[in-house]
Design a protein around this ligand. Structure first.
Ligand SMILES: Nc1ncnc2c1ncn2[C@@H]1O[C@H](COP(=O)(O)OP(=O)(O)OP(=O)(O)O)[C@@H](O)[C@H]1O
Ligand SMILES: [Mg+2]
Length: 368
């Protein structure tokens, strides 16, 4: 299995982080420190380096340091994959992202985003099975784009077609002559989105079920259900869009399409939302994370980088033990934050400890 790691990171003007450059170990990198010091900000910077997106906000501008309006945010890193070094960087200035791989601008942001497989696990995600479908759709899409990078075009094209259709409805009414062609495009590209999501759901569901068997409630089977909101035949889908023109005009949004697909976590076939216990939800999310790692690993032939944001503080003893077992089994590069580094079970020889205080990230004493 190929190795992938982030060897160096440089940050400038990122949230509360003091500008600086850090060199990491290729196994466990532990960021310890009190609350509010910048530990999550550092993980976020790593995630932005890998994907050009944040896991905390959809507004990339928010990662800029407060009170430094106009100063560009810069995150740069050196990575090594299968023995080959590469440089990646992202500069956010005036609301725009400039991403580079080895100094060159990739064709699309997505080309950049799928270059470095990375999986993040943070406390808000412990509620993944309880929240709205949109969060689980995002999970499917993240994986779908690794499995089928070519589907990226379909995602954009179908949402553009639905937007154009909506604009036509508003401006020219339900009999507008171009509606039919927008609807045909929405279905054509929408179908590609559904197919990509189906592939992701199947791969993730299987892998998560395996892990849930080990860490979940004995005897209960976990499954992931993907229920497309659109009809199974393209003809029926187009007809449905045509039928819904008046409704969609009144609603101000399309009521058929992938943006309304259902994604459910289930135990023994019963949806977990509103039913399962907290512990079961957490076990399901942990199973889902290990599934993400397994699926990306298979898709890319490289172990994804894993980011864990202070997750154990939210878990009970049994789940923490499961998490630690899971961590010890990780063979790739891992970055963790914690307020209690002393409680982490990793071997000294496999970990590099940093302390984070007031935005300053320093190699902790005792590291070589
Ligand atoms: N855009 C920003 N500019 C400057 N400072 C920011 C910005 N966004 C957040 N901060 C500051 O960063 C700090 C929080 O950092 P972070 O979330 O990384 O803490 P943490 O070490 O992970 O804490 P916890 O253990 O509580 O999770 C807060 O002091 C917050 O005010
Ligand atoms: Mg934090």
């Amino acid at each position: 299995m190929h190795a992938l790691c982030i060897e160096k990171l440089a940050v400038s003007q990122v949230r509360n982080l003091v500008d600086g450059e850090f060199r990491f170990g290729d196994r466990f990198n532990v960021f310890g420190g009190d609350n509010g010091q910048g530990k999550t900000n550092l993980l976020e910077a790593l995630y932005v380096l890998a994907t050009s997106k944040s896991f905390r906000t959809s507004k990339i501008l928010e990662i800029g340091a407060h009170g430094r309006d106009g100063t560009a945010v810069r995150i740069a890193g050196e990575l090594r994959e299968d023995g080959l070094a590469r440089a990646q960087s992202i500069v956010v200035a005036r609301g725009k992202r400039d991403v580079r791989i080895d100094g060159k601008r990739p064709n699309t942001l997505l080309t950049y985003a799928v270059r470095t497989p990375i999986v993040v696990f943070h406390p808000q995600e412990l509620a993944l099975g309880m929240g709205p479908d949109s969060e689980r759709r995002r999970l499917l899409d993240r994986i779908a784009l690794f499995l089928r990078p070519a589907a990226a075009h379909a995602y954009e094209a179908q949402s553009r077609a639905l937007k154009e259709r909506q604009a036509a409805l508003v401006q020219r009414g339900t009999a507008a002559s171009d509606l039919e062609s927008w609807e045909a495009l929405a279905v054509e590209h929408g179908r590609a989105v559904v197919v990509a999501r189906e592939a992701a759901a199947e791969a993730l569901g299987e892998a998560a079920a395996d892990t849930f068997r080990e860490i979940g409630t004995p005897g209960l089977t976990f499954s992931l259900h993907y229920a497309p909101n659109s009809p199974t035949s393209d003809d029926a889908w187009r007809s449905k869009l045509a039928e819904r023109r008046t409704l969609d005009l009144h609603r101000g949004a399309p009521t058929v399409g992938p943006h309304r697909d259902g994604v459910t976590f289930a135990l023994d076939g019963v949806g977990m939302r509103g039913v399962a216990s907290q512990g079961q939800h957490r076990a399901a999310v942990l199973a889902m994370k290990s599934a993400e790692i397994a699926v990306l690993q298979r898709a890319r032939g490289v172990r994804p980088i894993l980011l864990l944001d202070d997750v154990s503080s939210e878990l009970d003893e049994k789940r923490t033990a499961a998490l630690f077992d899971f961590l010890r089994a990780q063979e790739g590069q891992v970055f963790l934050t914690t307020t209690r580094p002393d409680l982490l079970p990793m071997d000294r020889s496999a970990r590099t400890d940093f302390s984070v205080r007031n935005g300053q990230v320093l190699l902790a004493p005792g590291n070589s």
